[in-house]
Design a protein around this ligand. Structure first.
Ligand SMILES: Cc1cc2nc3c(=O)[nH]c(=O)nc-3n(C[C@H](O)[C@H](O)[C@H](O)COP(=O)(O)O)c2cc1C
Ligand SMILES: Nc1ncnc2c1ncn2[C@@H]1O[C@H](COP(=O)(O)OP(=O)(O)OP(=O)(O)O)[C@@H](O)[C@H]1O
Ligand SMILES: [Mg+2]
Length: 495
């Protein structure tokens, strides 16, 4: 088998190790799932090209190791044994499309072409062809790799299958070392300076490979990029949303006296009822006191996908999203990864943040801790304050609080108010009315009142079943509140 032979003959020890690990993952997957229920997601990109050849080698070794020595797959073998899916899109580069088809034909790959989005396409696939595991060429630097392991079940809300990522730990260098060592064909765009390929709408050649010769611009091939961390430099950046005093420009059209905040608490211990959440009450009170409207509060499990989904939803409907819990060095501390996934960026080491952590932990800070210093790449702002040992993290309009108690929260709130990210706006005016009437008696008059005063929030609570009922009228327009108050007292005293 020519791939296995090429790697055995190379002196590149690092590549040998990566190859062996990847091929072991493949063999484990092939031992776990019947081959008819396994699929390979191939798109002609460099990572999936690497995976194609690893799968060929892995299948060969799987056969040899299980006593079927005829598992030979020579360069132009008739069929590649794993069902292969390609999500074809009109915005794919023509070079990618043609390379995918040519490769399929060269290596006997049976392509299932899917012309739907990933999720619907996979749902349809699973209905027609039972699929328990799908091989993907996802690598750790990809935004979509956040929170994934070599075997990761598909995310909640996705059809159920196992994502198998044999090259998750491969670097950019490893990918090129493999393709060049094995001398396998790859898409021609990589020789024209493209280093990571999305669609025609979001990908250009990598400017770091540009050479100007007599005023003419040409690009060196992708394998010449020396710093693999800059692999995605040719991808059009998602611009950080313009921020004005912490409030997104899309909300500039909002009435000046309205700002909304969402609060996301993360932690299984909150859901198990083991720990009382002090932060929520404090945060709601503080935000309310500066005139902000808390529109949403949710408690989530420590799970990257759930956090990512919630952050993604909330960040477009709120001026500011606050997230706390799940921040730190423990395996369950995945909140920052969730934010990175929601913002579609990867986690990358942040040297400035690492400096603060090192100061905080002193001797206890070891190499193992460096995961903790990884923050969403390119979008993170550190909010520094003299009272904070470690800065707060802000990514677009998402603020991550690390406080776990009242004292720490007060310090973090001081940092936020000093940073002027949370402007104090017109305060809420609140009036209360107490009555001995029953809930049933007040229900109808209050319901009428809410139609007459749509901008007044009417709330009711009682401390005990037999005690008085307190009615609260709250809003930003003092005159309106006064008028509503008069109306409520007239209506209820005539009951
Ligand atoms: C076979 C396959 C399985 C996927 N499974 C998931 C999944 O379980 N959860 C998820 O959030 N995205 C899933 N995705 C979507 C990818 O994470 C990612 O959004 C997609 O590859 C697009 O990447 P791009 O935006 O860089 O083009 C899957 C994609 C493919 C092709
Ligand atoms: N359109 C698609 N059809 C099938 N699989 C896909 C598609 N897009 C992505 N994938 C899967 O997701 C993996 C990761 O995609 P990604 O774009 O990061 O890598 P790549 O396309 O292989 O290489 P590159 O980083 O150079 O674009 C692919 O290797 C492939 O397994
Ligand atoms: Mg790609």
């Amino acid at each position: 088998m020519e791939i296995d032979k090429a790697i055995r003959e190379t002196n590149d020890q690092k590549l040998k190790t990566k190859y062996n690990n990847a091929v072991n993952v493949i063999q484990r997957a092939l031992a776990l799932y019947p081959i008819e229920e396994v699929a390979f997601s191939f798109n002609g990109g460099k990572d999936s090209t690497v995976l194609l050849h690893l799968l060929r080698a892995g299948y060969y070794l799987h056969k040899v190791n299980s006593g079927h020595s005829n598992g030979d797959l020579s360069t132009h073998a008739s069929t590649f044994p794993i069902r292969t899916i390609y999500f074809e899109s009109p915005s794919a580069f023509p070079e990618i499309n043609s390379f995918t088809y040519e490769t399929a034909s060269s290596y006997g790959v049976q392509l299932d072409i899917i012309r739907q989005d990933f999720k619907s396409g996979l749902e349809a696939l699973l209905k027609t062809k039972p699929t328990r595991a799908i091989f993907l060429g996802v690598r750790i630097g990809d935004p979509t790799a956040v929170g994934q392991e070599q075997f990761s079940p598909s995310s909640p809300g996705w059809p159920p299958f196992m994502r198998v990522n044999p090259i998750l730990d491969w670097s950019y260098r490893d990918v090129w070392a493999f393709l060049l060592t094995c001398k396998v064909p790859y898409c021609s765009l990589y020789d024209q300076g493209y280093t990571s390929i999305g669609s025609v709408n979001d990908t250009t050649p990598n400017a770091l490979l540009c050479v100007k010769d007599c005023g003419k611009e040409t690009f060196k091939p992708a394998y010449m990029l020396s710093d693999g961390r800059l692999e995605r430099a040719g991808r059009v950046k998602r611009l950080p949303q313009k921020v004005n005093n912490g409030v997104k420009s899309v909300f500039e059209s909002h009435q000046d006296n309205i700002r909304t905040a969402s609060i996301i608490a993360v932690g299984d211990e909150f859901l198990f009822g083991r720990v009382e959440d002090e932060i929520r009450h404090l945060l709601c009170t503080k935000l309310h006191s500066i005139g902000w409207n808390v529109s949403h509060f949710v408690v989530l499990q420590s799970d990257v996908d759930s956090i990512a989904e919630e952050v993604e939803n909330r960040k477009s409907t709120s001026d500011m999203v606050f997230l706390y819990g799940g921040v730190g060095p423990l395996p369950s501390d995945v909140s920052i990864a969730g934010v990175a996934k929601a913002l579609d960026v990867c986690l990358a080491p942040n040297e400035e943040y690492q400096k603060y952590l090192r100061n905080l932990y002193g001797q206890k800070w070891t190499g193992d801790c460096s995961e903790m210093a990884k923050l969403p790449e390119g979008l993170t702002e550190l909010l520094i304050h003299e009272k904070l040992h470690v800065p707060l993290i802000k990514c677009e309009n998402v603020i991550v609080l690390s406080a776990t108690n009242v004292k720490e929260f007060d310090q973090e709130w001081e940092c936020l108010t000093n940073s002027r990210l949370l402007p104090t706006i017109e305060p809420f005016v609140s009036k209360q009315f107490t009555t001995s009437l029953s809930d049933l008696e007040v229900a109808q008059p209050l319901s009428k009142l809410s139609f007459e005063f749509p901008n007044v929030h009417i709330g009711c609570y009682r401390k005990s079943r037999s005690g008085p009922l307190t009615i609260t009228l709250e809003g930003k327009d003092e005159e309106m509140i006064e008028a509503a108050m008069k109306e409520v007292s007239t209506k209820l005293s005539s009951q």
